[in-house]
Design a protein around this ligand. Structure first.
Ligand code: AGP
Length: 614
């Protein structure tokens, strides 16, 4: 939540870069934005501009204002303390205006600090938790901003990524992190800070990931990382293989639509080098466990949030079916506070697009520290906190996902979970060779099947145009497609704000069927597979009660199609692959519904892409 950027440049003004980089972080929060730029030649050397709403509002406010400074910081906000307003927008300054900061995270003890400083006469101009940071740094400043930041963060409890500037050090931006991501971008004549890599791609693909407890001094010609005591820490610079274009819309009206359409490619990227040429086995590097280690696992705990939790639910089916192992799926936010029964033979897998979700990170840490589990992450961002903290990493290789509603990362997660289940089944001797071959062949053909689904986008759009004014939606599925019903419903509510519920179709009779009245849309996932017969019956029951049935079926279907008002046809694939195919029309349905309703598809209200607070 919230995006922060910083820039220390030796060529040209910082303001353009800061605004551009903020736009690339806007998915992290978008209720207000601001920049602070240091111009040593000006009478008031720190020029701060803040505006409520999206970054385009800030940009409009900056238009025509000439700010020549080459060092600055910026922020796009997702409000936690204090409503979205100009006063609460970042950057925040100390009362003298000497220090200006931007912050992402939550300072848990800010009230305590604020009261103490207020007792000493300090006045505050915002309701935020972040403002105390500027006050502390200003009080601790003695000619060395990095030292003042180190001293100040010792007083903070909670999560933070901070960037700070001081009017007396015109070429310097200081960053610090604890439990919130911060990356340093290394350029030729300029260096940068950002919450996330996509923000920096137009300027550099060389980055250094700051670790918890570290402080960095960024100048145009140098980057110096220290621990909290000021001891130099050698940072490892890594090259990112994402291109700036991957983080742009590429001719699509929205990132979400672009990302839906990228899925044939991203699925193929997730498979790259992971299937033996003769389809006889799955090869997965980076697990941090050899074959014996994998054999010693006695159970698996999957932890995740949101869409990634839905992927985990599908993963449970894969692991139980192909690796014959006991699997639990936990909401990471619940797992942290429960008393799970885990031990050193439990494998904990944290699933996450961003690799930064606070709850999932905390759950993984707990599994490792308290229960001694081997911890693996299936994640989309190499170098993210989870990728660095886990014992093993399986990257989804979906490329940067910018739309707040997760799409291509989800299908990448499903592919990786299936690959892992097959690999585990091989070493445990629970998957027949023929099944492995069928799955590998099916996976290889998946990109072409997804292309076929994408070609039905207009048909899905027509359905969306029929139902976009509905107040409620039900999604029903069974077996491995029940989590797809959940995910389809989540997509719809996230971006169209229509109330939608996903149910296992067999549960309808136990209560939810009471909701069905004339005209209520029910999306039934009724593709061929072992639950087809029973879901066909559930569709007929819903239809008999006046429900409008939108059915997802495979070619040649006559029973469900006959009971449906609208039919969306998806190609026939191996049953284990149906979730990966079936989710695509549901993503499109949510997308076209949101477009018809005129909502903000990529940045839906109240949401942020990366949830770095618990
Ligand atoms: C997905 O559409 C959501 N915006 C959200 O549920 C997301 O999946 C969740 O916050 C988890 O994020 P992560 O995968 O980055 O950990």
């Amino acid at each position: 939540m919230c995006g922060i950027v910083g820039c220390a440049s030796s060529n040209g003004p910082a303001s353009g870069m800061l605004v551009e980089a903020l736009k690339r972080l806007e998915y992290r929060g978008y209720d207000s934005a601001g920049v602070a730029i240091l111009d040593p030649d000006s009478a008031d050397p720190i020029h701060t501009v803040r505006e409520v709403g999206k970054i385009r509002n800030l940009e409009a406010k900056l238009a025509g204002v000439e700010i020549r400074g080459r060092t600055g910081i910026g922020h796009t906000r997702w409000a936690t303390h204090g409503r979205p307003s100009q006063e609460n927008a970042h950057p925040h300054r100390d009362p003298t205006g000497a220090v200006v900061v931007v912050h992402n995270g939550i300072i848990e003890n800010y009230l305590e600090i604020r009261r103490r400083l207020a007792d000493q006469g300090a006045e505050f101009s915002s309701e935020t938790d972040s403002e105390v940071i500027a006050h502390l740094i200003a009080r601790n400043y003695d000619g060395d901003l990095a030292a003042a930041v180190r001293t100040s963060v010792r007083e903070l409890a909670g999560a933070y990524a901070i960037a700070a500037i001081h009017k007396s050090e015109p070429d310097l931006v200081v960053g610090a992190r604890q439990d919130s991501p911060l990356v340093v971008g290394i350029g030729d004549t300029s260096n940068y800070l950002a919450s996330d890599v996509p923000a920096l791609l137009p300027w550099t693909n060389q980055v250094l990931y700051l670790e918890d407890g570290q402080v960095v001094a960024v100048r145009p010609e140098s980057v110096a990382v220290t621990d909290q005591d000021g001891n130099p820490v050698p940072g490892e610079v890594v090259e990112i293989n994402w291109s700036p274009e991957q983080a742009e819309k590429g001719g699509f009206p929205h990132f979400m639509l672009k990302e839906i359409h990228e899925q044939p490619t991203t699925v193929s990227d997730a498979l790259l080098g992971r299937l033996a040429v003769d389809d006889s086995e799955v090869v997965l590097d980076g697990l941090g466990l050899d074959a014996d280690g994998l054999r010693n696992i006695s159970r698996i705990a999957l932890v995740a949030c949101g869409t990634s939790w839905h992927a985990a639910q599908v993963g449970k089916f894969y692991l139980e079916q192909f690796a014959r192992i006991d699997v639990t799926v936990e909401y990471a936010s619940e797992f942290i506070y429960r008393d799970p029964v885990l031990d050193g033979n439990t494998l904990c897998i944290g699933i996450s697009q961003s690799g930064e979700t606070a709850d999932t990170r905390a759950a993984m840490r707990r599994a490792k520290d308290e229960f001694d589990c081997h911890v693996l992450t299936i994640c989309n961002v190499a170098g993210s906190s989870m990728a660095r903290e886990a014992d093993g990493v399986v990257l989804t290789h979906a490329g940067p996902e910018i739309g707040v509603a997760s799409t291509k990362a989800f299908t990448g997660q499903l592919v990786c979970l299936l690959l892992f289940a097959v690999r585990l089944g091989q070493v445990r001797g629970t998957i027949p060779a023929e099944t492995t071959r069928e799955l590998c062949r099916g996976l290889r053909g998946l990109p072409q099947e997804l292309e076929k689904v994408l070609r039905t986008s207009d048909a899905v759009k027509a359905v969306a145009e029929e139902y976009y004014e509905s107040r409620d939606f039900l999604y029903i599925g069974r077996g491995v497609n029940y989590p797809i019903a959940l995910e389809g419903a989540l997509k719809l509510k996230e971006i169209s704000y229509i109330h939608a519920e996903g149910y296992p179709a067999g549960e309808m009779k136990h209560g939810p069927i009471a909701l069905i009245d004339d005209g209520m849309p029910i999306l039934a996932i009724a593709t061929q597979g072992r639950t087809y017969g029973t879901i066909a019956g559930n569709v007929e029951e819903a239809r008999a009660r006046g429900g409008k049935i939108i059915a997802l079926v495979t070619p040649g279907d006559d029973r469900v199609a006959a009971a449906a008002d609208q039919v969306l046809v998806v190609p026939r694939v191996h049953e284990a692959l149906t979730p990966i195919v079936n989710i695509v029309p549901l993503q499109l349905l949510a997308y076209w519904t949101a477009v018809s309703r005129g909502t903000d598809v990529d940045q839906p209200r109240n949401l942020a892409k990366t949830v770095t607070v618990q």
